[in-house]
Design a protein around this ligand. Sequence first.
Ligand SMILES: NC(=O)c1ccc[n+]([C@@H]2O[C@H](COP(=O)([O-])OP(=O)(O)OC[C@H]3O[C@@H](n4cnc5c(N)ncnc54)[C@H](OP(=O)(O)O)[C@@H]3O)[C@@H](O)[C@H]2O)c1
Length: 248
Amino acid sequence: MQRLHNKVAVVTGASKGIGAAIARRFAAEGAAVVVNYASSRQAADTVVADILHAGGQAIAVQADMRDAAQVAQMFARSAEVFGRVDILVNNAGVYDFQPLENLTPDLFQRHFQLNVYGYLLAIKEAVPHMRDGGSIINMSSTVTEFGPAQSSVYTASKGAIDGLTRALATELGPRKIRVNAIKPGVVDTEGVQAGGFLHTDFGPRITAATPLGRLGVPDDIAPAAVYLASDESAWTTGETITLAGGHR
Ligand SMILES: NC(=O)c1ccc[n+]([C@@H]2O[C@H](COP(=O)([O-])OP(=O)(O)OC[C@H]3O[C@@H](n4cnc5c(N)ncnc54)[C@H](OP(=O)(O)O)[C@@H]3O)[C@@H](O)[C@H]2O)c1
């Protein structure tokens, strides 16, 4: 039995990395998936094509998750095509590690506009389309626990996600809408590659300190998203699942 049969999921930032793996896994578990992207149309179309080829249902919808009008339009389109929304995965995120002396309003805004305001906006716009029993999953990070150097702005934005996850679990509980978070450790994605993280000693240092001896891959994260999206986690809200090979 597919664990997300008959459910409709919106996955933000699903053109690449962790979001793309979650979109593919959700579709394999029977969900109809909205593959959100900002600029990588071709990559989003490839994720959709793979899902359709495998017999699943998906559409790609462009929306900058920092823009209220575009976010509202994306949920309206999702509801128009698939009838409603059952699952929201707030995954789109930015990470630009910089030392404290490089703090600028732009660095702060880039992180908080997408990683915090964008998550709140998506939840605000998703909830009216959700039936009681929906599931919201926010992508946090283990940086809030191990606090790497030069990550203060990014880590602050992920700490905010932990806080809003708890608060909205309380607020939306009466409607039986669950709000949980996932904290991945370092996962080898397009974003991590483009950011050059693995070209410094950052990757080897994390790997050496990881009990399971390797960095993550996107498919290490997707099964936890399936669990939190499915009815198997029906009594779980305001919680965080950490997936980091044992690294803290
Ligand atoms: N990778 C890691 O080690 C790691 C660890 C812990 C937590 N995380 C978190 O996991 C999430 C995904 O990380 P990742 O490494 O898979 O990311 P990634 O490879 O950099 O991909 C980022 C995704 O977000 C989308 N995106 C960027 N800006 C957007 C915007 N304004 N509106 C809508 N979509 C936007 C991108 O779409 P376009 O390409 O179309 O712009 C892309 O699909 C992030 O929240 C990140 O903080 C990652």
